[in-house]
Design a protein around this ligand. Structure first.
Ligand SMILES: NC(=O)c1ccc[n+]([C@@H]2O[C@H](COP(=O)([O-])OP(=O)(O)OC[C@H]3O[C@@H](n4cnc5c(N)ncnc54)[C@H](OP(=O)(O)O)[C@@H]3O)[C@@H](O)[C@H]2O)c1
Length: 491
């Protein structure tokens, strides 16, 4: 276990949704596992004037909800004693000065400080300015780290502007940009499965791989988030960071070591090697659609435009892109990335289709390697074997590796991220070059999609992929896998 320096975690936006559901319960879990530094303190900062005792009661209610009141009383007492509240009213000019004075009490607050900005993205830059203005980002006596929640910009320009603003005060080693997918054990497993098993390396090339599909599909619709979603779209919401990270982990070269620097260097290299999507051939490389009215799990549900109450929106709830990576390993291998709401199934997975064997047998199916991220976690090779009997016939069977077995620890992504933050390990956080590379690829597509006001394809809620999405595939025999399961992978 890496030793962690005593530190103070300063939580901006602690009363918000993310903090209530993930951050405070995550810190509590880490405390119950004995993974927090002994003298850690958690200072929650908010605009409202809340008494410390009321804040501690509020924390208790968050834990009661999350753990159904089922937690150890001793751990609770220890955890609650670590927690403090600081009111930062927006109209108080001296708010940050008072915050700095409070934190300077080293007898209560360890002087290594991690600021977690769980606030509106429009507040990231100004909070960093204000922290720096009162000396709280200065590392001359102790470390100072700042977590920037997602999204880091809404396009390349705003990402670069945010970067320019925060790097007036912070070095790259102080900046922790979140993509919480990287905190998922199943995502970390992609790297370990690939590189801890040499057998995969020789197969992982254009000589053997026909194409790769990277998928995040949901049966859920946009729900209450209609306004946010319509300003964002599926491409920005899911592909720009989460799916591009899955793509990078699947296609990067082996890092020199598993150190954070080496892993991030290889991810950056592969993201920067992706060929930009040709805008004059947008329709061969990208596809977007919206869900209409339909049935999900037997229940009638509304279409996107009905939920939004704006029939003019052309914002996508289904986004699919085709990329090529310009390296010798990936020469000519298309990588299809898709995300959708209100599809017939929910799954997040990487599916790799291998080239056909030169032998052609009746009913011979393709070889796939499926790395399922959620809801199931497994790695599964689909191979052809003989059906016992008098005829020479084959069928698909699975070489199945569950990535999670009974008794395994279940760790929330934010627990890993919080621990790594305190350890000073940036491997699960985004480097600015990854963020920029991803925006550089997607910005032109987002812009072209926004400008294109022609009618958007629709698919009934609860259906399979729109047949029209076939346009982005290179060969007639290529199309989306319909399921991570073998028997269900048919249209
Ligand atoms: N929730 C999630 O699951 C999730 C997932 C991914 C990313 N994120 C990101 O995490 C961050 C926090 O998300 P959240 O869902 O927790 O946000 P939230 O509940 O809307 O707000 C977080 C905090 O921001 C402060 N705040 C809210 N409205 C404000 C306003 N008008 N002016 C100034 N401060 C305001 C409030 O703190 P005080 O009033 O106490 O100051 C609030 O507790 C965001 O950057 C979001 O993009 C969240």
């Amino acid at each position: 276990m890496t030793k962690i320096d005593d530190c103070t975690l300063v939580l901006f936006g602690a009363s918000g949704n993310l903090s209530r559901i993930k951050l405070i319960p995550g810190l509590f879990r880490l405390d119950s596992l004995g993974r927090l530094p002994e003298k850690i303190k958690i200072l929650s900062v908010g605009r409202s004037d809340v008494k410390e005792s009321a804040w501690r009661d509020d924390i208790k209610s968050m834990l009661d909800i999350k753990f159904k009141k089922n937690y150890d009383a001793k751990v609770f007492d220890r955890f609650i004693a670590r927690n403090f509240y600081h009111a930062n009213p927006p109209d108080d000019e001296n708010a940050f000065k008072r915050l700095s004075e409070r934190l300077s009490d080293a007898s209560t607050f360890p002087q290594n400080l991690a600021f977690f900005l769980s606030v509106r993205p429009s507040d990231f830059a100004s909070i960093v300015d204000l922290l720096a203005g009162v000396g709280l980002t200065d590392e001359s006596k102790a470390w100072r780290r700042v977590v920037i929640e997602k999204p880091f910009g809404t396009n390349l320009e705003t990402a670069q502007a945010l970067q320019k603003s925060i790097t007036k005060h912070l070095k790259e080693t102080q900046i922790y940009r979140i993509d919480h997918y990287l905190g998922k054990s199943a995502l970390q497993n992609i790297l370990l499965t690939r590189f801890a098993n040499h057998i995969f390396d020789p197969l992982w090339t254009h000589e053997h791989i026909d194409h790769i599909q990277i998928t995040n599909n949901e049966t859920l619709g946009v729900g209450e988030r209609t306004k946010f979603y319509d300003a964002t779209g599926a491409l920005r919401d899911m592909i720009q960071s989460h799916l591009m990270q899955m793509l990078a982990l699947t296609t990067m070269e082996i890092p020199v070591t598993l150190s954070p620097e080496h892993i991030r260097a290889e991810k950056i290299k592969v993201l920067e090697s992706i060929t930009p999507i040709p805008l004059d051939e947008l329709r061969k490389h990208t596809f977007k659609a919206q869900y209409g009215r339909g049935k999900v799990n037997g229940e009638e549900v509304k279409g996107y435009l009905e939920e939004l109450e704006n029939p003019a929106s052309v914002v996508e709830t289904y986004a699919a892109l085709k990329f090529y990576i310009n390296t010798p390993r990936w020469k000519g291998v298309p990588i299809f990335v898709r995300t959708a709401k209100r599809l017939h199934a929910s799954d997040t997975a990487i599916a790799i289709k291998f080239k056909k064997s030169p032998l052609s047998l009746p009913d011979q199916a393709d070889n796939w390697l499926v790395i399922s991220i959620q809801p199931k976690e497994f790695t599964r090779f689909e191979i052809q074997t003989k059906i016992p009997g008098l005829d020479t016939k084959v069928r698909t069977v699975a070489m199945d590796a569950p990535n999670r077995i009974t008794g395994d620890e279940s760790v929330d992504a934010y627990e890993s991220l919080l621990l790594n933050l305190m350890q000073g390990d940036q491997s699960l956080y985004l480097h600015i070059n990854e963020v920029e590379a991803s925006w550089r690829l997607l910005d032109p597509v987002i812009k072209a999609w926004n400008e294109d006001k022609s009618p958007v394809f629709t698919y009934p809620a609860g259906s399979a992929d729109p047949a029209e999405s076939k346009i982005i595939f290179d060969k007639p025999e290529q199309f989306w896998r319909q399921s991570i399961e073998i028997g269900e992978n048919k249209l």
